[in-house]
Structure formats: structure tokens, C-alpha cells
Write a protein of this length. Structure first.
Length: 482
């Protein structure tokens, strides 16, 4: 029963309340009666005492799960009475590490008495200066589901998929837009914790307080680009940061031509123009990830592509057609951006039902997906929707249970020494995973790339950065197509 609680090895304060349904009753039955003792012994009890007990108990329990190292001899010396009378987070970490030791909640003395005490020490790690920050990835809000993945709202959602509510997606966008508008009265950005790269560099994600509604409003584009440049200026002034990456919507072609406008604004800024600021999109690695994911599909002869005319889609198609001479690609678009005998175009999304594999790099509302499969008289062949949009919002097609919506354009970081810390939170994906554009910018920093990466994607650069990424321990997710 208690094993569910012990699924957490890297504990956080909220881990103290993580139990399965049955254990909650045991928890209350074990620790609850204590506040009734004064009533049975003295015949009275005050409600404030009960409240204080409950609050104090949970605070102490949360403290024990903080996953921090207490170095004071007052708590750690074997000659100190407090060493036996009051536990430390490190003592309780031993319980989570060994399972059958350090049982005492709050008071280690009982483990010493019954012989279940075991020493546990957190590993000593070299600490970086508090103001060190070599790289900033500039993100943005992706809607209500993205907001709910922020650790300040719920620690349990930070590695969850994009959370949808019962509300239409457009209403969710409006709600989070209203929240951000209020927040912008006080702040202009939201900073996540720092993370460590190669035990030598410090990176951080900082999100500007802009929502999907803003990115749909061309009248806001000039101000948004200026906010990005102002953020760069502030981070350089306060921390000396020179390397910056742009999150998905912050490098839209309509917004700033894939980051080109941002790099030009930096060069025109009186303060930043001589500071050697570098602006990267990371799109080369995103393209490489998507290309390799599609190329790995067994016996792929054709697929339906939504968003192929974008810079990533364009280079992915060219690379696939070069590698797979018999591949045919059907593109949903009114604009015929590629002139190739094996690339054809359609404006009718209902043709999607003729293809087993669908790739999308463009956000479409749930209604458009539903309409594409509605009133179809023929057999629906579609089985896989491979989606590299950011954030990846769940696609559920009514009455089409055979369709698997799978997020691609996501990398697993298998080298635990290359990246450490919170590089993977607040992004609506699994732990130890990272978006390729983010990883590509990190690799650029490590490789000391002293030129911008903006605009269109170069196929040779795509190949080069993929080899680097594999060498640093990044890999695409494994997908079963059976």
C-alpha cells in the first residue's frame, strides 16, 4: 500500500501527501486521534488547537520531503540531542532510498532504539554562482492546459500531457489570455528554475506573458518582438547572458520571419549591437527529429501532411523525397509551395481518411478534425496522427477509436550527466524529455556557435546537428506501428 508513496525517489514537499486511496484512511486513522487526546484526558478541546495540530503536522511532513541537505552540526552531530529528536530531509530521504530504514516520522530516536537507522547523504555537487546564466530559452504560454502544467499550480502536472477541460479550446485560450493580461500589469515574464549543462553551463527557460490569442493578432507583433529584445537586454545587463533561443510561436514566420527580425533588432539596438548576442531557433534539430521519425516508419509509401509548407515541413519533405524515391506526399494547402512530381496538394481535409499515416505540424481546432472524419461513407484508413505542433494538444476524433494521436518532434535525454535540473518542466511532455528546438539551442551553446540560426532550415545543418544530438545522448521516441 505504502509503495505508491515510494514511487517518488526525488521527493518534493507535496510528495508528503501522495498516497493511494486506501492509505489516506490509514493515514488519518493513525495520526488523527492524537488531537483528541486532550479531550479524553481533560474533558475539553479547542478548535484552534485542532487546526494548529493539522497545519503543523503537514508542514513538518512537507519539510521532511524537501530533498535538501542540512549541513548544521546542530542537526547532524551525533552529540546533539536534536539529531535524535527531530529529523532532517536527508534523514527521510534515506527512507525513500532504502525503504526498510529510517521509519521515524519527525523523531529519528526510535530508529536508533530499534536498530532501523541508516546513514544517508545527498551527493555533494559543485554549485554554480547564483547569477550565472549562459543561455535563455524564451518561451511563451500555450493556452490553459500549458498554464496548468506550471509547478506553481500543481506539482503533479509538470510532466503531464496538455490538460484539456470540458470547454472549447477557443474559450480556454480566452480565459488564459485574460489571466495573462492581468498578470502583465505587474510582470512581463515568468522564469523557471535554472538547469545545468555538461556540469559547466547554466540554462534557463523564461516565458514572456503572451498567449495564443496574441500570436493570432498581427497588430501585437511589433510590441511582442520588442518585448523579446527587451528581455534579452535585461538578461544581458543582469547576468551577462549572450545566447538566446526562441520558443515555437516566438519565431513564427508571420511574427518575425523565423527569428530574422529579432536578430536585426538586436543589431540595431544601441545597447546590444556590440554585445555579440546570438539568436537561435533550434529549427534545424526539430527538422532532423521529425525527418528521422517519419523515415523510421516501416514500409512507408505515402502519407498526408498538414503544415508541409512551413520551414520545417519544407525541408523534411525534401529530405524524405531524397531518401525515399517512391514516397508520395499529399499536402493539405491551397498554396502549392513545392514543385515535385511526388508531392500533390488538396484543399479537402476529408481526404485524410485515405491515408494510414498523417503528419501535422500545424494547429487545427478540434472541430476541423471532427469534420474531416464526419459523414465518411468509405472505410477510414487513418491509424496514426503524428503531431509535432507545440504545445501538443490532444486530438480526439469521435467514433474513430483506431486512430492513435502520437506526439513526435520530442527527444528523450538519455545522458543524465549532460542535462541536470529543470530543463523538462512546464512543457506538457514526459520527464527527461525536451523539445528539439530547445535541445538544438543548448547544443549550439555547448559547441560555442558564434552565428545566428534564424530563417529557413539548411539541410546540411540539419544532418550535422542530428549527429551532434545523438552524440550527446538525445534520441527520438520509439513508436510501435503494428
Amino acid at each position: 500500500m505504502h509503495g505508491f508513496h515510494h514511487l517518488s525517489i526525488k521527493t518534493t514537499p507535496s510528495t508528503s501527501l501522495v498516497q493511494n486511496f486506501h492509505e489516506h484512511f490509514i493515514y488519518i486513522a493513525t495520526f488523527g486521534p492524537a488531537f483528541l487526546a486532550p479531550f479524553f484526558l481533560g474533558g475539553s478541546q479547542h478548535w484552534m488547537v485542532i487546526m494548529a495540530y493539522l497545519v503543523f503536522f503537514d508542514l513538518l511532513n512537507a519539510y521532511g520531503h524537501m530533498n535538501i541537505k542540512i549541513t548544521s552540526a546542530i542537526w547532524n552531530s551525533k552529540y546533539s540531542p536534536l539529531h535524535y529528536l527531530f529529523y532532517t530531509p536527508e534523514f527521510h530521504l534515506g527512507h525513500h532510498a532504502y525503504f526498510n530504514a529510517n521509519y521515524g516520522l519527525f523523531m529519528p530516536v526510535w530508529d536508533y532504539v530499534f536498530g532501523t537507522q541508516r546513514d544517508y547523504r545527498k551527493k555533494e555537487e559543485n554549485k554554480m554562482p547564483a547569477n550565472k546564466q549562459d543561455f535563455v530559452f524564451i518561451g511563451h504560454n500555450g493556452g490553459l492546459g500549458h498554464l496548468l502544467s506550471c509547478p506553481e499550480f500543481s506539482i503533479y502536472n509538470v510532466y503531464d500531457s496538455y490538460c484539456r477541460t470540458f470547454l472549447p479550446i477557443q474559450v480556454e485560450f480566452l480565459l488564459v489570455h485574460a489571466v495573462c493580461q492581468i498578470a502583465r500589469l505587474f510582470v512581463r515574464s515568468y522564469s523557471l528554475s535554472r538547469y545545468l549543462v555538461q556540469n559547466a553551463h547554466i540554462g534557463r527557460i523564461i516565458c514572456i506573458l503572451r498567449t495564443p490569442i496574441d500570436y493570432m493578432s498581427p497588430k501585437s507583433y511589433r510590441a511582442m518582438n520588442q518585448e523579446i529584445v527587451d528581455l534579452m537586454k535585461n538578461e544581458y545587463k543582469t547576468k551577462g547572458t549572450r545566447y538566446f533561443g526562441l520558443g515555437n510561436l516566438n519565431k513564427m514566420k508571420q511574427l518575425n520571419d523565423g527569428g530574422r527580425v529579432i536578430s536585426e533588432m538586436v543589431q540595431q539596438d544601441d545597447y546590444l549591437k556590440d554585445k555579440n548576442i546570438r539568436v537561435w531557433t533550434g529549427d534545424s534539430l526539430t527538422s532532423a527529429s521529425v525527418y528521422n521519425q517519419i523515415a523510421a516508419i516501416p514500409e512507408l509509401k505515402e502519407f498526408f501532411y498538414i503544415g508541409a509548407n512551413g520551414k520545417i515541413g519544407n525541408v523534411v519533405c525534401k529530405a524524405l523525397l531524397k531518401k525515399m524515391p517512391h514516397l508520395r506526399i499529399r499536402v493539405l494547402s491551397s498554396y502549392e509551395g513545392m514543385d515535385h512530381p511526388r508531392v500533390s496538394y488538396t484543399k479537402d481535409m476529408s481526404e485524410i481518411v485515405n491515408y494510414e499515416v498523417v503528419v501535422t505540424g500545424k494547429f487545427l481546432t478540434p472541430n476541423k478534425w471532427t469534420s474531416a472524419f464526419k459523414n465518411v461513407s468509405k472505410t477510414v484508413k487513418t491509424r496514426f496522427i503524428l503531431d509535432y505542433t507545440v504545445p501538443c494538444i490532444p486530438i480526439r476524433v469521435r467514433d474513430q477509436t483506431q486512430i492513435n494521436h502520437i506526439q513526435i518532434g520530442i527527444l528523450e535525454a538519455t545522458n543524465r550527466t549532460f542535462l541536470k535540473g529543470h530543463f523538462d518542466v512546464c512543457m506538457s511532455h514526459d520527464e527527461n524529455h525536451i523539445y528539439p528546438c530547445h535541445a538544438g539551442c543548448i547544443i549550439n551553446m555547448v559547441e560555442k556557435r558564434e552565428c545566428n540560426e534564424t530563417g529557413e532550415v539548411d539541410m546540411e545543418e540539419m544532418t550535422r546537428i542530428w549527429e551532434k544530438a545523438v552524440g550527446y545522448g538525445f534520441r527520438n521516441k520509439s513508436i510501435c506501428y503494428e
